[in-house]
Design a protein around this ligand. Structure first.
Ligand SMILES: *[C@@H]1O[C@H](CO)[C@@H](O)[C@H](O)[C@H]1NC(C)=O
Ligand SMILES: *[C@@H]1O[C@H](CO)[C@@H](O)[C@H](O)[C@H]1NC(C)=O
Ligand SMILES: *[C@@H]1O[C@H](CO)[C@@H](O)[C@H](O)[C@H]1NC(C)=O
Ligand SMILES: *[C@@H]1O[C@H](CO)[C@@H](O)[C@H](O)[C@H]1NC(C)=O
Ligand SMILES: *[C@@H]1O[C@H](CO)[C@@H](O)[C@H](O)[C@H]1NC(C)=O
Ligand SMILES: *[C@@H]1O[C@H](CO)[C@@H](O)[C@H](O)[C@H]1NC(C)=O
Ligand SMILES: *[C@@H]1O[C@H](CO)[C@@H](O)[C@H](O)[C@H]1NC(C)=O
Ligand SMILES: *[C@@H]1O[C@H](CO)[C@@H](O)[C@H](O)[C@H]1NC(C)=O
Length: 627
């Protein structure tokens, strides 16, 4: 403060000695000018930098400094040294600025930070070491930064995060470690980060989720895992993250499945799994997520949302699945989702979206369904009826068919177009006049049924025992996409009346066909097997299991294997015994015979018994030479 005294004296001197004759009105201006000049030099500012005494900040951005410049005032709180040419940070660099709160060292050439580099900077809130050349951060580099809330070490060359490297940062709330060559995060690397709320891991070389390391972050609220080359998620990937509410997985291009227990233990409100190779909606992992309000599964290969699989998502408000391959939203797909307000399924393959898919369509406020090949028929009338209150977003959805109203925005569809085109016609089964179908036992039965109508009717069949067979049914009795019912191997008890049901949004039509299976007296299951070469059906199981949906792949059963093995053994033993018998006979009549005995036998291929090479077939000759 010597400068201040000197300044006072100088002002005194000037006003008393140098300007004795000046008019008094000059004095304040002159004084002010001098104050401005002198305050600047009294606080001090490194050459080429800009300083603000009020904010106690020093800005040396992009000034080509090779080392930390001289003359930084000790009371500086904000120091910007970004985009210079600094190469290292040592413990004595900042020790004389205990008031530092924000330090920006980004965009330098720093390759090394020594332990203790930021010691004693207890007031520091924010530290950026972004875009440098750091390859390793030894333990102790961040010691003393107990008040730090924001740390950015992204865009460096760090390969591994070591145990306890963030140990002292107990107030840290946000950590950026993206754009490094990170291959491994040590199990205790995040130990001590008891306040960390946000963590972003992006563009690293990690190949697995660092489950163990993450499990130390008990206060974590948001976790962002972006642009990683992780292709497999393991069950229980996110352990002990009790406070986690927002999880983002983005751009894991080869991730194709989320296993059932992956999200076990999480209580999320926002989940985003986007830009992946996912082909199935992750129903199982979402089972317990009853607090989920936002779900984003956009840009994947998901093709359908099945009915009744998402009942637990009772609080879900926004569902986004844009830019995927969604072709079917089944009836009751959103069953249970009574809070669904925003649905964004734009740019998919959907032809329709039926009212019956929703739990409560009235709650829906925004429906983004543009970019889909929409068939404007009666199934969309519920949307058209609400087109004044329902928001469609910036891009208007349009009809792709019928031809006459192609390209017509849904919002502008008015009468008479509505009643002329946006309609459905009831299914009508095209009779084939085959009311009785005869087939021999063991042969396949094909019952045809086709129907016309708009939209295209879906065909299902009712068996004589009232079992419903649809295109999704697997087993001995199936329905082909063209509506034909096939019984792969007809059995006598399959006889009866089968009913074809053709249904669409407009109604149903039915037709009955009688099937009579003629008994050939086949009761031996092996004959069934011979006829089909593929399947045999256990008569006991079909008797109690209706039309015999329970098929067992054909193969040798255990009994057959045991019997044939036993037979093989007996044959072999027989041959051996016979040998001994001959030996015995030969030894009795020694001298009467030659020294050679020829034995003829047929080898058997049985496990456990030596088998002859395959090229020799037919009866074998064993030549025993007796000495
Ligand atoms: C954090 O900073 C406050 C002032 O902002 C200070 O009083 C406190 O001592 C610091 N905490 C620690 C642990 O150093
Ligand atoms: C990380 O991945 C990038 C791009 O795939 C590669 O160039 C780099 O060498 C990898 N680094 C390590 C340490 O494996
Ligand atoms: C996505 O899955 C498909 C089909 O399984 C596969 O052919 C393709 O290579 C996968 N893409 C990536 C990026 O892994
Ligand atoms: C889940 O989170 C919600 C708030 O997001 C909270 O109300 C609820 O108690 C949490 N449930 C459990 C089991 O932690
Ligand atoms: C959903 O994911 C897409 C693709 O990553 C993204 O563009 C969009 O912002 C996300 N929406 C929300 C609400 O998170
Ligand atoms: C819906 O998805 C489209 C991308 O297909 C996007 O452009 C639009 O912003 C999204 N709208 C909302 C409200 O999320
Ligand atoms: C169509 O059949 C279902 C049962 O299969 C029945 O519930 C429905 O009422 C029928 N619809 C019409 C229009 O006959
Ligand atoms: C009938 O089928 C069910 C399941 O398809 C099976 O659990 C049951 O054992 C079968 N009954 C008989 C007698 O095989």
């Amino acid at each position: 403060m010597a400068g201040k005294k000197g300044f006072d004296r100088m002002v005194d001197y000037i006003s008393k000695v140098m300007l004795p004759t000046a008019t008094s009105c000059w004095q304040p201006f002159l004084g002010l000018a001098l104050v401005v000049i002198l305050v600047g030099s009294a606080v001090g500012c490194p050459a080429r930098c800009e300083c603000s005494a009020q904010a106690k900040s020093v800005n040396c951005h992009r000034k080509r400094f090779l080392t930390i410049p001289e003359g930084i005032p000790i009371e500086t709180r904000v120091l910007d040294l970004s985009k210079n040419k600094l190469r290292s940070v040592n413990p004595d660099n900042f020790s004389s600025y205990p008031q530092l709160e924000e330090l920006d060292l980004s965009g330098n050439l720093i390759g090394q930070v020594e332990p203790g580099a930021f010691n004693a900077l207890v007031n520091m809130h924010s530290l950026s070491l972004k875009s440098n050349r750091i390859y390793l951060i030894p333990m102790g580099v961040f010691s003393g930064l107990s008040n730090l809330t924001l740390l950015d070490i992204s865009d460096n060359k760090i390969v591994i995060l070591l145990d306890y490297m963030f140990q002292d940062l107990r107030n840290l709330k946000s950590l950026e470690v993206g754009d490094n060559d990170l291959v491994y995060i040590s199990h205790r690397a995040f130990s001590g980060l008891v306040s960390l709320e946000t963590l972003t891991l992006e563009r690293c070389n990690l190949t697995v989720v660092p489950t163990e390391a993450l499990s130390h972050l008990h206060a974590l609220v948001s976790l962002h895992l972006r642009q990683l080359s992780i292709s497999t998620l393991h069950p229980y990937s996110f352990k002990k993250l009790f406070r986690l509410r927002h999880l983002e997985i983005d751009s894991w291009l080869s991730l194709d499945v989320v296993p059932p227990n992956t999200l076990h233990g999480l209580n999320l409100t926002t989940l985003s799994i986007t830009n992946t190779n996912l082909s199935a909606f992750p129903y199982q992992p979402l089972r317990h997520m009853s607090y989920l309000t936002h779900l984003n599964l956009s840009f994947s290969r998901i093709e359908q949302i099945e009915g009744g699989m998402l009942r637990e998502l009772v609080r879900l408000r926004e569902l986004r699945l844009m830019g995927a391959r969604l072709a079917t939203v089944e009836p009751h797909a959103f069953q249970g989702m009574k809070s669904l307000r925003i649905l964004n399924i734009s740019r998919n393959q959907l032809e329709t979206l039926e009212r019956i898919s929703f739990q409560d369509p009235e709650v829906l406020e925004m429906l983004l369904i543009d970019g889909n090949p929409l068939v404007c028929d009666c199934r969309l009338t519920w949307i058209l009826r609400r087109r004044r209150s329902l928001r469609f977003g910036n891009v208007q959805p349009e009809c792709a068919s019928p031809e006459a109203i192609r390209g017509q925005p849904l919002k502008e569809l008015e009468e008479p177009l509505l009643s002329r085109y946006v309609t459905c016609t009831e299914p009508k089964i095209l009779e084939e006049h085959v009311e009785l179908f005869l087939v021999d036992e063991g042969q396949p039965s094909l019952l045809h049924c086709s129907a016309e109508g708009s939209p295209r009717p879906i065909i299902s069949w009712l068996t004589p025992r009232r079992r419903l067979i649809t295109e999704k049914t697997n087993g001995r009795v199936i329905v082909h996409p063209n509506g034909t019912l096939e019984i792969k191997v007809s059995e006598v008890h399959d006889s009866g009346v089968y009913t074809c049901v053709a249904s669409n949004a407009a109604g149903n039509d039915t037709m009955s066909v009688s099937l009579a299976v003629k008994s050939l007296g086949i009761s031996d299951r092996s004959l069934y097997a011979n006829r089909t070469h593929q399947y045999y059906t256990d008569p006991n199981s079909t008797a109690s299991n209706g039309t015999g949906s329970h098929n067992v792949p054909f193969g040798l059963d255990l009994k057959t294997i045991l019997v044939s093995t036993a037979m093989g053994c007996f044959t072999f033993l027989g041959v051996v015994l016979f040998c001994f018998l001959l030996l015995f006979v030969w030894s009795r009549g020694k001298g009467k015979h030659k020294n050679n005995i020829d034995i003829e036998y047929v080898p058997r291929k049985v496990a456990g018994v030596p088998v002859d090479p395959p090229e020799t077939s037919g009866p074998r000759r064993v030549n025993m030479k007796m000495i």
